[in-house]
Structures are given as C-alpha cells and as structure tokens.
Design a protein around this ligand. Structure first.
Ligand code: KG4
Ligand code: ZN
Length: 358
C-alpha cells in the first residue's frame, strides 16, 4: 500500500474527509481514493448565508460519518493510513476546531503524524492533484468566498503572495449581488446560470481602480491587489435606481430579463478584472504556467475567458474540475503530503486559526 493521507476539512460550511495516496510519479504525485463532502448549503440557505454557530454544530454531527464514508468508498481501513492532515485556518474558528480536534485525537490515538494545512495551500495544490505539477514559476489565482489572492509558485510547496483583495472576496461579491437581486444562497452558481440569459455589456459597471492607498501596505505602482466593494455598491445603486424608475416594490419585482442583464454585466466586471490581474501578474513574473483554484473557479465565464487569454499568451492554464474547485478534503490531504515530505509535522498543540498567513 503506498503512503496514504487522511485529509479533513471543516473551515466553512462543508464537512469533508478524503483519502489520498502517493503515486511515486514526481510529475503527478497524488491519487484520490475517496473525497466525501457533506454540504451544509441547505441548512444555511434559509438564513441567506453561513451562520457560524450552526455550521460548527453541523460539523460535529457530520464529521464521524463523513470520515467513515471516505473509508468505505476507498475500500480502506485505518490501518492503511500513514498520516492525518487537517485545515488549521483560515476560516470560521468554531468550524475549524471540529476538524482540528478530530484530526488531533485520531492521529494521537493511532500514533500517526499530524499535519496542519493552510486552506489556501490546499486550493493551490488542488491544481497539482488533478493536473500534475505545474511548469514553474507558476502564477496562481485563488478565488473563493473568503479569499481573492494571487500567488507565485517558484518551487513545489513555496507560495509567494503577489496581491490580494483589500475588501470583499470575489465569491462574497457574487453572493451579495445574488442576494440583492433575489437569487438564493450560494449566489455564485445562481448568477453563473442566470448570466447565460443576459447581455454582459448591457450595463457598464465600473472596472477596478485602486486609487486610494492601502492602509496595511503601500500602494505600489502596478499593484496586483483587488477590490470588489465599489462594484457591489454600483450594482446596489443601479438596482435601487431601476426599482424607483419602474415604481416597483423592491428588487425582487425587477423583470427577469433585467436581472439576467445585471447578473451578466456584474459577472463580466468581476471576471474581466480577475483575468486582467492574472495576466498582468503572469507578465510581471515571467510565469511559465497559470492556475486558478477556489470556489469561484467553478464560474463558467471565468473559465472561458481565462482559457482564451492564457491561450492568446501561449501559457498553459490549469483549473481543477468542479469537485476539486470548491472546498474539499482531498486538496488538504494533498497539501498535507507536500508538507509532510518537506519535513513539517505539527505538534499536539495544533490549534484552529481564524486568520493565518500562508
Ligand atoms: O472555495 P469555496 O468553496 O469556499 C471558500 O473557501 O470560500 O468557495 C465558495 C464560493 C462562494 O462564494 C460561491 O458563491 C462561489 O465560491 N462559487 C461561484 C461559483 N460556484 C461557487 N462563484 C461564481 N460562479 C460559480 N459558478
Ligand atoms: Zn475554500
């Protein structure tokens, strides 16, 4: 049996467990035996977003059966496991604690190495897990509900941040705009679907302009940072003006065609910005390849535009399939294998961190 890692992920509203083993092939280092995800979307939909207290309680209810399901699906037992990797942050601290406590207990009881993993390292390694090692240096866009960041990967497992959002994450903007025009939670997939019926040039929402200095870092020329709060406000203003102009009771009464145009135009503004920054970073860093990971990389327009622009620049682009784009434990197991092989083992004092530097 090749070395096999149990991965555990509970950073937000998905309880996930996976079994991933080493292949021995340096270009395609890992293989997934099972990747079980219990989504809490139905639980949180009623509230229009993730309720942290409900999320951690549901993780507690689900964690054991999800881990058992992963073993059943893989046809493996605990005796086949060589180590336990778990997301230690960033995320909802109560949710993270469930996974961290579970992983620590199991690793301690079985005498296995425990490896704490940064959630975004997991997203980056999801690319390698599915498509094999990237040509280096690579520039990777991690775009999810909680993060929008660009990283340069110079060597396997080393991640240098080139830029990040100064306010909302792209996925958060998708979720908020979806809520505004009466689409359900999570908003990203709903906007993606509705946008197909709209015109993406119907409304010219403002494109990203970072003119103000960042409070936390100097505003360097050619910044690779993002900002989505201005766009969100522009959508709110547009919707409010249309509701008044049409004499409607609220945004929910906007004609469907108009909502589709808003969805398509908003999506275009986000996607165009994301791909612009990715290509800017690629040029500045002399990238040999590109990657996109995280929940928003499931967006069909982002996929098509990035594929087109990377193709035009002659750069290979890797995006994981939908199952590996959104939160899952297979990517955590993979990043854990990477860390373990680099000599990192966590102590029994491993803790959950709401914020954590990569
Ligand atoms: O990576 P992820 O599963 O969780 C975090 O680490 O945040 O990302 C979830 C985010 C949500 O904001 C969701 O609306 C967004 O990914 N998302 C999408 C799509 N599918 C999921 N956004 C745009 N288009 C999609 N198709
Ligand atoms: Zn994520």
């Amino acid at each position: 049996m090749p070395f096999t890692m149990l991965g555990v992920e509970t950073s937000c509203d998905e309880t996930s467990a996976a079994l991933v083993s080493e292949t021995g092939d340096p270009s395609h280092p890992w293989r997934i035996h099972a990747n079980v995800v219990a989504s809490q979307v139905a639980l949180h939909r009623e509230w229009g977003g993730v309720v942290p207290e409900l999320a951690s309680r549901q993780h507690l209810r689900d964690i054991c059966r999800v881990v058992e399901a992963a073993f059943t699906e893989a046809g493996l037992t605990l005796d086949d496991v060589g180590g336990v990797a778990v997301t230690e942050g960033p995320g909802l601290v109560g949710s993270l604690l469930v996974g961290v406590s579970f992983a620590k207990s199991l690793a301690f009881a079985r005498g296995l190495p425990l490896v704490g993993v940064h959630h975004l390292a997991g997203h980056i390694e999801s690319i390698v897990l599915e498509h094999g090692e990237m040509l280096l240096p690579a520039v990777v866009l991690v775009v999810s509900g909680g993060h929008t960041s660009l990283y340069r990967v110079d060597s396997p497992g080393s991640y240098v941040r080139l830029g990040r959002t100064r306010d909302d994450a792209a996925g958060e903007a998708f979720d908020k705009v979806a809520k505004l025009i009466g689409l359900g939670y999570p908003g990203g997939p709903a906007i993606d679907r509705l946008a197909r019926q709209g015109h993406e040039r119907a409304i010219r929402f403002p494109k990203l302009r970072l003119t103000h200095a960042d409070r936390n870092a100097p505003d360097l020329p050619g910044t690779l940072d993002f900002s989505f709060s201005g766009l969100k406000t522009a959508v709110l203003r547009h919707v409010t003006a249309r509701v008044v102009a049409l004499g409607l009771e609220g945004p929910g009464a906007l004609p469907e065609g108009e909502c589709a145009d808003i969805a398509a135009s908003f999506q275009w503004a986000v996607v165009d910005t994301l791909v612009d920054r990715l290509m800017q970073a690629a040029a500045a860093e002399g990238a040999a390849s590109l990657g996109i990971a995280g929940g928003v990389s499931a967006n069909s327009r982002l996929r098509s535009l990035a594929t087109e622009r990377a193709g035009a620049a002659g750069l290979p682009l890797s995006i994981p399939s939908l199952a590996l784009s959104t939160d899952n434990a297979a990517m955590i197991a993979a990043a854990g294998l990477r860390r373990l092989r680099a000599g990192h083992v966590s102590g029994w004092d491993l803790n959950a961190h709401a914020t954590l530097a990569l």
